[in-house]
Design a protein around this ligand. Structure first.
Ligand code: MTE
Ligand code: MO
Length: 251
């Protein structure tokens, strides 16, 4: 993904030089014409890379990480169920993967760690006006969904968390473009350590092209659904339902 994207950009820069020489006489030559058309294709490719939903969020160097990754929202779900899981170091925690899937899954932390891992140093942007850079690692959500086999009727992925707001779990949802984006991972480490409780232990979503509130912490369930109707108040997330935050919070 990254390599092919770099390839596209490099190709466009090189063909840009050819385009500048584009007088008629040069264009008549079949070889040049081929390069020019190739250049146009590459230009379209670059446009896609820059504007499309599958573009990558910026990644940072180790030394750019924030010394402290500020927690926000729930810092400890504090329910009896969560307290028991925490007391056992999350050995009994399972992530349920269900809804419109061919093979429902129940994944332990060990199962998540056994899948191919992606590590990324990214900037988290909270709508309240602060940012922090941290390194996250975990399996790509795409791999988990492929293992479960999302059905053709699935349109959204819904994340249900362990913490309660007014008695109902915090929840969030994303569409399949973000669900299958390469930087969308189920993170179980932050800066090379198990996730702190304040940052969503034992596992939280990282969906790097969107604002902080989409990054559901304390994951308990993931469900593939055809529609967001009938889930919470139908707007696709706790904040969307309650304070009118946008469902698509692209950055
Ligand atoms: N389950 C759950 N997930 C959540 C929240 C929350 O309160 N509960 N807060 C959201 C908000 S607004 C932000 S900015 C980030 C904060 O992540 P952090 O605590 O690691 O900084 O988590 C998001 N995910
Ligand atoms: Mo936030």
């Amino acid at each position: 993904m990254i390599v092919s994207r770099r390839g596209l950009i490099a190709g466009t820069a090189a063909s840009g030089a050819v385009l500048l020489t584009g007088c008629d006489r040069v264009i008549q030559q079949p070889a040049t014409r081929r390069i020019l058309f190739l250049g146009e294709d590459m230009h379209r490719g670059l446009q896609r890379a820059l504007t499309n939903r599958d573009a990558l969020a910026p990644e940072f160097a180790s030394e750019q990480r924030s010394p402290f990754f500020r927690p926000n929202g729930t810092r400890d779900p504090g329910t009896p169920q969560y307290a028991a899981l925490r007391a056992g170091n999350f050995a009994d925690w399972r992530l349920a993967v269900g809804g419109l899937v061919a093979r429902p899954l129940s994944l332990s932390l060990k199962d998540l760690g056994a899948l191919p891992q992606r590590a990324q140093i990214t900037r988290h942007d909270c709508v309240e006006g602060w940012s922090a850079i941290g390194k996250w690692q975990g399996p790509q959500l795409a791999d988990v969904l492929k293992a479960a086999g999302t059905r053709d009727s699935a349109r959204y992925i819904v994340f249900t968390c362990a913490d309660l707001y007014g008695g109902a779990p915090y929840y969030e949802s994303i569409d399949l473009v973000d669900a299958f984006h390469p930087q969308t991972i189920l993170a179980w480490t932050l800066n090379d350590r198990f996730l702190p409780v304040a940052n969503g232990a034992p596992c939280r979503l990282r969906v790097e092209r969107q604002l902080g509130y989409k990054h559901a912490k304390y994951l308990m369930r993931i469900d593939a659904v055809a529609s967001l109707d009938g889930i919470g108040r139908g707007k696709g997330g706790y904040w969307e339902d309650n304070v009118d935050y946008d469902w698509y919070a692209g950055i």
